[in-house]
Write a protein that binds this ligand. Structure first.
Ligand code: BYC
Length: 334
């Protein structure tokens, strides 16, 4: 019998060196590549949080689908909320390549062991909030997510490319809605301003705590998971938003907001960071409601998951109807 040479096992140090080389080249780490446990954990944490944010983020806007003022607005909003569901699914799929299942992640969300973006713990009190979420929340999301297209973990970066294309469309639809309202009556203009007043500070909080209070940034930057700090992206968002606010005719509710010629950027005030941590810990205005709603949807969907598993475990035959003679082009119903 010929002797087959065993492939030489790489030592931990060699694997680590290879991983570091990929990071230093700004290349992508792929799911089958060796990676340090802490890198995997960081990614699971961030990608899962991101996925949960997309899914929980469907609730505040979804609440207005039935109350949209016209068929056109209803169709736009419906499509946007469906897009968020799609984003959540791309991201859960990316997380699954790291060895965790969507079921485990959802259970961690529902039991409070994983987070989602603080912004979705604020209520949507008026229809203008639909526009403000598109303009400010999707605008902040784009500032944060465009750099993530170049994140070091391949499946996450690729999901981001697709998501960002849709988010920029979402941002424009929000801005267009607000612009339409600003061209309307005094009441509509007041409604937009009131909405912007409520969402401005929570939008700045989306970027996370200030850099000197962000325990994860340094490590995530060294691994290329994050490519910019929280404060850098917050600044970019403010600079991008100020001229848009001017064009819209709304005032951003920050008396300290002023152009700094020397820095070539705006100076601005700090959000209430105590409020931020309180919301992150679960004590925001809507935390309990958001998680309860998600839990109900998950529990109500249990029979679908069970049926799908039972079907997959069987031989796949469908005894309820004979589809063997079905020659139509339409999709078959299992
Ligand atoms: N909310 O060390 P830090 C969307 C946590 S959805 C809650 O700076 P990191 C949309 C943080 O997790 C888009 N928690 O963390 C959907 C950490 O706690 P843990 C959502 C926050 O990870 C529907 C601790 O605070 N976008 O666009 O380096 C409709 C310390 O923070 C928040 C993403 O998910 C927060 N805002 O940086 C419309 C972007 N901030 O985990 C629109 C992807 C911080 O150690 N994520 N925390 O227990 C990221 O870029 C980063 O994870 C963050 C935080 C910048 C958010």
């Amino acid at each position: 019998m010929p002797v087959v040479a065993e492939p030489e096992q790489e030592s931990e140090a060699q694997l680590e060196a290879r991983f570091e080389a990929v990071i230093n080249r700004k290349d992508r780490v792929e799911p089958r590549d060796w990676m340090p446990d802490a890198y995997r954990r960081t990614l699971v944490r961030q990608v899962a949080q991101h996925a949960h944010s997309e899914i929980i983020g469907m609730q505040p806007e979804g609440a207005w689908i039935g109350r949209a003022p016209s068929l056109r607005r209803k169709a736009i909003l419906l499509a946007k909320v469906q897009d968020e569901a799609g984003h959540g699914l791309y991201l859960y799929s990316a997380a699954e390549t790291l060895g965790v299942s969507r079921q485990e992640l959802t259970e961690m969300l529902i039991s409070g062991r994983q987070k989602y973006s603080s912004i979705f713990n604020y209520p949507t009190l008026s229809y203008a909030d639909v526009g403000t979420i598109g303009w400010l929340v999707d605008g902040a999301a784009i500032c944060n997510q465009v750099p993530l297209c170049r994140t070091s973990f391949g499946p996450y970066g690729r999901a981001m490319i697709r998501i960002c294309k849709e988010e920029s469309f979402h941002q424009r639809q929000g801005y267009e809605l607000l612009m339409t309202m600003m061209r309307g009556t005094d009441e509509q203009r007041a409604m937009v301003q009131e909405s912007v007043d409520r969402f401005w500070w929570p939008s700045l909080m989306m970027f996370g705590p200030p850099d000197d209070e962000s325990p994860n940034t340094a490590r995530s930057m060294a691994w290329g998971v994050k490519t910019h700090t929280n404060d850098e992206l917050r600044q970019r968002f403010v600079d991008m938003t100020v001229p848009q606010a001017k064009a819209l005719g709304v005032t951003l509710p920050d008396p300290e907001l002023v152009w700094n010629e020397e820095r070539g950027a705006h100076d601005f005030g700090q959000p209430d960071w105590d409020e931020f941590w309180d919301v992150v810990k679960g004590n925001g205005p809507c935390n309990a409601q958001r998680v309860a709603h998600r839990k109900k949807a998950w529990d109500d969907g249990a029979w679908v998951r069970e049926a799908a598993l039972a079907f997959a475990a069987g031989d796949g035959s469908d005894t309820s109807s004979d589809t063997s003679s079905d020659t139509s082009d339409g999709p078959r119903t299992a």
